[in-house]
Design a binder for this molecule. Sequence first.
Ligand SMILES: *Cc1c(COP(=O)(O)O)cnc(C)c1O
Length: 383
Amino acid sequence: MRDTFLPFCRPDISEAEIAAVAEVLRSGWITTGPRAAELERAFRDRLGVPEAVAVSSATAGMHVLIEALGLGPGDEVITPAMTWVSTVNLIVLAGATPVFVDVDRDHLMTSAELVAERITDRTRLIVPVHFAGAALDLDPLYRLAAERGIAMVEDAAHAVATRYRGELVGRRGTCVFSFHAIKNLTTAEGGLVTTGDPELAERVRRLKFHGLGVDAFDRETQGRSAQAEVLEPGYKYNLPDLAAAIGLGQLARIDEIQRRRRELAERYLERLAEVPEVVPLSVPPWVTEHGWHLLVIRVDDRRTAVTRDELMAGLKARNVGTGVHFRAVHLQKYYRERFGFRPGLLPETEWSSERMCSLPLFPAMTPEDVDSVVEALKEVLAS
Ligand SMILES: *Cc1c(COP(=O)(O)O)cnc(C)c1O
């Protein structure tokens, strides 16, 4: 058994990133400024997209997009319940109605076919979720959205280094990335909206900073003080330079970060073949580069009497941390009580929600760490 605790995730921060943060602290400009602008430029260049707006979290980015799209009472938004709660909370806070769509058991992502069944004449937005580092099958989803004239925002919180049919996620449409502490590229807290629509980007830029036409850095550097008045009421969702400096360092070595994640994931998949009681996610054929954000397994109750919760407790007792990504949103207290959602609505989502957990996966892990997790898994399942 391991003699030290292996957490499910630990951020990978380099000495260069620590130095970059210290430099920002000494510079006299610590909030949104040159580093945030540089991070936006770096994402525009990397993805080849016209617009990238840094924000304080993916949740903040999704909030301003929902506001920019004008969603409100009577409007329906289609999204999976196999997601982080933030998107669904925002839909409800806007007064709109969440309409949940199921996912594929093999990879936990939804599809154009499943989404199409949920479209009504009130559907205003589709928010599909790239899951665990794999990519959604985007071509049919974009075709469906275009045919039906419905807006789409990709939840790309897990997909900063993911490729769909050879192309990085974020190159088309409108995407929201997360730089939360556990994500592949982190700024502690942070996010980024990318879009090909300059008008939408302008709204996002305005809404993320008080509804002003410009932010403080723009005023300082562009002399645009005349425009610094409220054009519409907005929020306070800007990304400070302190955080952006970390993100720039992470982006500069993202290929190395991904190489390490990929090697660990490959080792896991190889070793997990020895544990028939658990079912990892499969990689769909359209994923040409997996981001390996999470290593998700499901406990197969046809092969073991050990439950997911028992498995997590047993692993913890053996110094292995785990997480659940995610507990189905529609069966959480507020959503059950407010909308009357009951088990049976989303069979595939519920099947995984009850059986899934995420194993430790972060760049500083060693292959021996992976082996120790698999050994611990075998022990718990044998007990
Ligand atoms: C992390 C996450 C979010 C929210 O990101 P924040 O930056 O924490 O707001 C949204 N969706 C998914 C699928 C996530 O995993």
